[in-house]
Write a protein that binds this ligand. Structure first.
Ligand code: COA
Length: 174
């Protein structure tokens, strides 16, 4: 007798394992430690859009080291689960700038991105900014949907100086 027959589900579609809602209120934000920087570089180089561009761990670490003062790292049960960067100035005059937001792959589509974004919005408000701007690759579907859902609208289409590719410039009020 198989396990399915024992639990009485033979011949029916197996019930997926129950996913417990995660209490993201337990996520703690801080500036990154040296050890965190390596975890963040791993997260960034292993995530699109950087992964598809072939960015190496060393390149991610170099980029994140420049951004270090602007990073808020989120930890869940003491482990890095994502990060967000907020700079006071960016491509839109007078608006704060969100350059990176990344959720650890296994935690995606569970509301953690929203929690990281709320942290970013709060940092931008503390900078006395009224608007938060960002640039996103229009081919990055999950990110574009995520930003739209969070109330960002496209204010311009710009050409990236680095890649020559099109980017959406999006913003929202704080
Ligand atoms: C973009 C990103 C931060 C979103 O984080 P997340 O934790 O998955 O987002 P959430 O679970 O909070 O989702 C909030 C909303 O975003 C949208 N969304 C998120 N992921 C999506 C996906 N893969 N496809 C379509 N919509 C998506 C949905 O509207 C979702 O709302 P819903 O759950 O009510 O449907 C995450 O996908 C990520 O880390 N991507 C890689 C890095 C990246 O591209 N960053 C942005 C450029 S810097």
């Amino acid at each position: 007798m198989t396990e399915k027959q024992l639990d009485g589900t033979a011949g029916t579609t197996p019930t997926p394992p129950m996913v417990m809602p995660t209490d993201w209120k337990q996520v703690k934000f801080a500036t990154p430690t040296d050890e965190d920087m390596n975890a963040l570089a791993q997260l960034r180089s292993g995530s699109d859009p950087w992964k598809v561009r072939g960015e190496t761990h060393a390149e991610s670490l170099e980029a994140l080291t420049k951004l270090r003062p602007f990073i808020a790292v989120g930890k869940f049960n003491g482990t890095v689960c994502g990060y967000v960067t907020i700079e006071r100035d960016g491509p839109v005059p007078g608006a704060a700038y969100l350059r990176n937001i990344v959720v650890k792959p296994e935690f995606r589509q569970k509301g953690l991105g929203h929690v990281l974004l709320e942290q970013g919005l709060s940092v931008a408000r503390d900078m006395n900014r009224k608007t938060l701007a960002l640039r996103v690759d229009p081919a990055n579907g999950p990110a574009v949907s995520f930003y739209r859902k969070a109330g960002f609208t496209t204010v311009a289409t710009v050409v990236s100086k680095k890649s020559g590719k099109l980017r959406l410039l999006m913003s929202r009020e704080l």
